[in-house]
Design a protein around this ligand. Sequence first.
Ligand SMILES: [Zn+2]
Length: 305
Amino acid sequence: MEYGINYKQINLIKFSEYFKTEEDCRQYLFKMRWPEGFICPQCGHNEYSYHSTRQLYQCKACKYQASVTAGTIFHKTRTSLLKWFWAIFLMTRQKAGVSAKGLQRMLGLNRYPTAWLMCHKIRKAMEDRDKKYKLSGLIEMDESYFGGKKSGKRGRGAEGKAIVAVSVENRGEHAGFASMKVIDEATSDELAAVAEEKFIKEKSIVKTDGFSSYKYLKKIGFSHISEKAGGSDAAKVLPWVHTLISNAKSAIQGIFHGVSSKHLQRFLDEYCYRFNRRFKESELFDRLVTACVRTFTVTYTELTA
Ligand SMILES: [Zn+2]
């Protein structure tokens, strides 16, 4: 089987021809994990024998038994790899992703929690991937309320709503990398924490509106420019951050009909993950499978805690 599918050109029919069996998926993971051929994780030897019943690759030198799914989000899963591959494909195929309910129906999963957990594990892999990247250059930053329609006093969370700090690189003609983070309150401390975590300080200029909480950025060493922006001016002062906020809101509300603020962060991560790779669409499936292979799993208990 050929490795690496062109995601942009693949449709449902081609995908179903490409991955027909459990074995197809496992071989795909094998090539992803060992692109140059098997290498023993224990001793580095390259000869192995395959134990088909337990799906383990045993090193001929040290007898270590390696598995393609150990330490990945597929580890000890009772759901077939084929269903996992379909879930990854369907989640990336549409701009707004797919709901757990939709996934359960499309994949014929017996239990809703199974579908829900799959979605969240895949989102966790996206989140882990984007954590490695930091924003730089001219960065637009703003906060926005997600969920509900009432507007509260700025800086404080209104009933049933979450405040999200939104940042995006302004690269002139287009937006660069984006990040969205749920915060408790739009205070100096919380907004500064987002900047410290996500921006490369020495290589960034942070642009915001005149909201007082952003003034602190300069005190902690960021280059900061603020411009008063009221009403219709807001979109002119911070064009990319406003486009991003309105698109993210319509995508999330359209498919999920309001997400609980507890899980909002994961949905935002998914949105950013896709947004940040919109120019690399053809590689999206491979990239996401790779992310899933390199992410340690989260359990249902951890997610619902
Ligand atoms: Zn070995």
